[in-house]
Design a protein around this ligand. Structure first.
Ligand SMILES: [Zn+2]
Ligand SMILES: [Zn+2]
Length: 361
């Protein structure tokens, strides 16, 4: 696995992705490159000889990924300056602390971990800082330590991993519906109740059920800035990570499959139930919904994040959707509203529903 970065062909500066132009910019000479031009450059990568030998077994010739014994940290060499870059096991993109070059850990976004698609950052750092400050200014009693200059520097653009899944659900539903008609004839009020038996059968497509692919506590923070406009997904390009941090998934699709399937079933059931609408009351006697196909997709989505740990141990945060600008925070002292925002966002599309009505008297 290699740590890679892209260098400006004009001056050697570290190229980063620029959300405003959606191109790649050199921070030194301000040259701008398109994705095509970036692809034509060969990225610099840290070679094996440059790798530190921190292998616990003391094996010589360890590759550029070595584990410091007893720790979760994984150490790489910065391709630009050769300094050590310490990462967690799930880091996919980060910065060199010494020369500030963006570094992407290729193995964390390739093979099994190659994302199918990405929404590149649309909001750049400058806008994110402006929005953060205006957000904090509108809140009362936020300690200065939460938004002083040092804190603002910690505002990070991070790509987080997500799963989406499409299901096709085969279902059937059966029950009764009542219709009531009331009329007067002279002084007498008549009530007629008609009871209908209904059956529904067919298949429903549940598209883009979404769940973030992390085990850790950041889940709440990420879910708070949902949703994303998934129609703007683009094919994954490693260059989009340059200049940002990125996390690799820590949850596999099979681990969340039962939960997602259950949600798809209940959405399908609700969609069937919606087609039984012309009665004053409805009783469902039987329903059965089974997935007949599923398609999983692995995505990286952008979030601007600032976290702040209070002495009490409580974690506070500010998070902003890097595509839509949706913001949320849990702030010190004046708690923002805690968000129970559900990770479940889905649309239900009807493929085919055959309805049969029987009338009983
Ligand atoms: Zn340059
Ligand atoms: Zn460096």
């Amino acid at each position: 696995m290699a740590a890679i970065s892209y260098k400006c062909p004009n001056c050697g500066g570290p190229l980063g992705f620029d959300p405003e132009s959606q191109h790649y910019r050199c921070p030194y000479c301000q040259s701008v490159f398109t994705e095509k031009e970036l692809d034509a450059l060969s990225p610099s990568s840290a070679s094996e000889e440059q790798a530190p030998d921190l292998n616990p077994e003391g094996m010589p010739g360890s590759t550029e990924e070595s584990r410091a014994s007893g720790e979760q940290a994984v150490i790489y060499r910065c391709p630009s300056c050769g300094a050590e870059v310490v990462t967690s096991e799930t880091t996919a993109a980060t910065f060199c602390y010494y020369c500030h070059s963006p570094v992407v850990l290729e193995g964390r976004v390739s093979g099994d971990y190659l994302p199918d698609s990405i929404i590149p950052f649309q909001i750049d750092r400058k806008k994110a800082v402006e929005q953060f400050l205006s957000y904090v200014r509108h809140k009362k009693f936020v300690p200065h330590a939460f938004f002083n200059r040092d804190q603002i520097e910690k505002l990070s653009g991070i790509y987080y991993p997500f799963w989406t899944v499409d299901y096709e659900i085969q279902g059937e539903m059966e029950g009764t519906g009542n219709k009531v008609r009331v009329w007067m004839s002279g002084d007498i009020e008549f009530t007629e109740t008609s009871i209908f038996h209904f059956e529904r059968g067919g298949s429903v497509k549940v598209k883009k059920l979404m769940r973030n692919a992390l085990k850790e506590s950041q889940r709440e923070l990420i879910d708070s800035v949902m949703p994303y406009r998934l129609e703007n997904l683009e094919p994954f390009h490693m260059g989009n990570l340059m200049g940002f941090a990125a996390e690799r998934r820590s949850l596999e699709s099979r681990e969340i499959s039962p939960e997602m399937e259950e949600k798809a079933r209940s959405l399908a059931s609700a969609a069937f139930r919606k087609t039984v609408s012309r009665y004053s009351s409805v009783q469902v006697r039987h329903g059965d919904f089974q997935p007949i196909s599923e398609h999983w997709s692995y995505l990286l989505l952008p979030v601007w994040v600032l976290t702040y740990g209070a002495l009490s141990g409580k974690k506070y945060y500010f998070a902003m959707n890097g595509q839509t600008g949706e913001t949320h925070g849990v702030l010190p002292v004046s708690f923002g509203k805690l968000l129970g925002a559900s990770a479940l966002l889905g649309s239900v599309v009807f493929a085919l529903v055959l309805g049969i009505l029987y009338m009983f008297f």
